[in-house]
Write a protein that binds this ligand. Structure first.
Ligand code: SF4
Length: 266
């Protein structure tokens, strides 16, 4: 069995504790208007045409996005970085896209990584069946779980799906897993109001269990915008100003009442 992966990031320090290898898995059931990894949404390999210039000549190079990896290849890559992981208490992270969309492969890869002593993290949108969560929880040390909006109508408008399954799964993971960090992308005009973030904070206050270790507020950034052109995708969100450090700090205080440590950034 193989998993379709569109990027492998070594020495990653924002996708869980310590130094990690992050595998970005292809395919996502959501369509967030701000998505920074739009090349991760389609569940099949894609070709992108990149503009290159040598001297005064312009030419286009076709680039393939999405490569199938076996579990042995994943283990091999992790093994090569083991020393860095050990020294930093890091490990292996699966992100995306939505890694739970490739549940069979994910379960197998997590199981093998655990067997070989690696710390495992899964970065998820939360949009998957409860059964899928049930299968991977035993092999996942930490979930990075996205909460984007408590308002269901706004959630549907900006991500294409209802948030009910996600919020249900969040409760399920909080009650059944070893560790959870909430990740909240702060997106101008979508959920960056005091009202919207306070609603998320209230929800966390109601639902938190001791396994909730941290809340990360992830500021909107423009770095994914160029990818839309590269992959010939329609950018549905107007390019917005990135929030300042000061404004993020003040929004972070909305989560003080949860009693969970809050950090701006990953
Ligand atoms: S859940 Fe993540 S990967 Fe999927 S569309 Fe939204 S931002 Fe992109």
């Amino acid at each position: 069995m193989k998993g379709l992966i569109f990027s492998v990031k070594r020495y990653s320090i924002h996708d869980g504790p310590g130094i990690r290898v992050t595998f970005f898995m292809k395919g996502c059931p959501m369509q967030c208007v701000w998505c920074h990894n739009p090349e991760g949404i389609a569940p099949q390999p894609q070709e992108a045409l990149r503009n290159n210039r040598i001297g005064s000549s312009d030419f286009r190079v076709s680039e393939s996005v999405g490569v199938y990896y076996s579990v042995d290849q994943i283990l091999g890559i992790a093994e090569r970085e083991r020393v860095f992981m050990q020294h930093s208490e890091g490990g292996v992270t699966f992100s995306g896209g939505e890694p739970l969309l490739q549940a069979d492969f994910l379960e197998l890869a997590l199981r093998e990584l655990k067997k070989h002593g690696f710390h495992t993290t899964v970065d998820t949108s939360g949009y998957a069946s409860k059964e899928t969560f049930r299968r991977i929880i035993p092999f996942t040390d930490l979930f990075l779980f996205d909460i984007k909006n408590i308002n269901e109508i706004r959630h549907i408008e900006h991500t294409g799906v209802s948030n009910q399954l996600i919020l249900d799964n969040f409760r399920f993971v909080l009650s059944n897993s070893a560790g959870v960090q909430v990740r909240i992308p702060v997106i101008p005009g979508y959920n960056d109001s005091v009202e919207s973030l306070s609603a998320i904070s209230d929800f966390i206050c109601r639902e938190a269990t001791p396994v909730l270790k941290k809340i990360n507020l992830l500021p909107y950034h423009k770095t994914g915008v160029s990818k839309y052109k590269l992959f010939n995708l329609h950018l549905r969100m107007s390019i917005a100003e990135e929030p300042t450090g000061e404004s993020m700090k003040s929004l972070a205080h909305l989560f003080d009442k949860t009693g969970v440590p809050v950090k701006v950034g990953g």
